[in-house]
Design a protein. Structure first.
Length: 265
């Protein structure tokens, strides 16, 4: 009798992290975690289109011989997001991977949060995540070859940090959005997952107010592994989630926090 549950042939080890022939878009991919993601995906053989406010470190990847392009993109502008998707197709002939990485994390006490601050942050941290995934899945569905979308959430989507109410809310929304999209897009073999970094050594974390808050809260003492993550350690989790290695993973969040959540503060 044939086995109704077996659907995929065995995949050789060498193919598990191979992204040759795939095209990936990384928002905010020219600095910090996004740059590390762009580099990893390019190292795995993907064509990478970086969409960010400025090229920052993008040229390093081009100089290293990777197939990487840059497009000025402000993810607050819906038309920029659609143009980014269109450019990927025009330049590389398709779109297989979309990483919603661009995000901001300004501190603000509850009493000082107004509607404009709330809307500005969410235009980047939540609305652009939706619009990016929406544009990506349109193209992926046209291609009929599946796809992978990864959204950057945060440990703050799992537990609060002082003066981060708007940010914490936005990252919680990313977790819920990821699950919801994964459900709707699974019929097209488009996998949607999120990565939640803990404290990561990026330019965005060098804000003096944030550094002082981390110092006052003895953050490093509360991280089980006793250190911040390097951006490439977050990128490796993203690589897993877009590669054949995770072909049966969708609608999940990968927490990469060095054990910070274990301490709860
Ligand atoms: N660094 C951390 O400790 C940490 C922890 C948890 C989650 N995260 C999340 O990871 C992601 C990356 O964080 P990071 O620390 O690398 O940030 P970063 O500030 O170091 O870099 C962010 C990048 O996004 C770009 N960007 C900002 N606004 C943009 C916009 N409107 N349009 C297009 N690009 C824009 C910036 O130019 C920059 O290249 C964010 O979503 C952040 O919330 C970071």
């Amino acid at each position: 009798m044939s086995n109704p549950y077996r659907s995929l042939p065995y995949r050789p080890f060498a193919e598990l992290l191979d992204l040759s022939g795939k095209t990936a878009v990384v928002t905010g991919g020219s600095s910090g975690i996004g740059f590390a993601i762009s580099r990893r995906l390019a190292e795995a053989g993907a064509n990478v289109l970086i969409g960010s406010l400025a090229p920052e470190h993008s040229e390093q990847l081009m100089a290293a011989g990777h197939t990487v392009a840059f497009e000025v993109t402000d993810v607050r502008r819906p038309q920029d997001i659609q143009r980014l998707a269109d450019t990927a197709v025009q330049r590389f002939g398709g779109l297989d991977i979309w990483i919603n990485n661009a995000g901001i994390y300004p501190l603000k006490a509850i009493d000082d949060i107004d509607a404009a601050f709330w809307d500005d942050l969410n235009a980047i941290n939540t609305r652009a995540v939706f619009l990016g995934a929406q544009a990506a899945q349109r193209q992926m569905r046209k291609q009929k070859s599946g796809g992978a979308i990864v959204n950057l959430s945060s440990i703050c989507g799992h537990r609060p940090m002082t003066n981060h109410c708007t940010y914490d809310t936005s990252k919680g929304a990313v977790l819920a959005m990821t699950r919801s999209m994964a459900k709707d897009l699974s019929a097209f073999n488009i996998r949607v997952n999120s990565v939640s970094p803990g404290l990561t050594a990026t330019p965005g974390n060098l804000d003096p107010e944030l550094l002082e808050q981390h110092r006052q809260n003895n953050v490093l003492d509360n991280i089980a592994l006793g250190r911040a993550a390097e951006p490439w350690e977050i990128a490796d989790a993203v690589l897993y989630l877009v590669s054949p290695l995770s072909s049966y993973v969708t609608g999940t969040d990968l927490l990469v926090d060095g054990g910070w959540l274990l301490h709860g503060s």
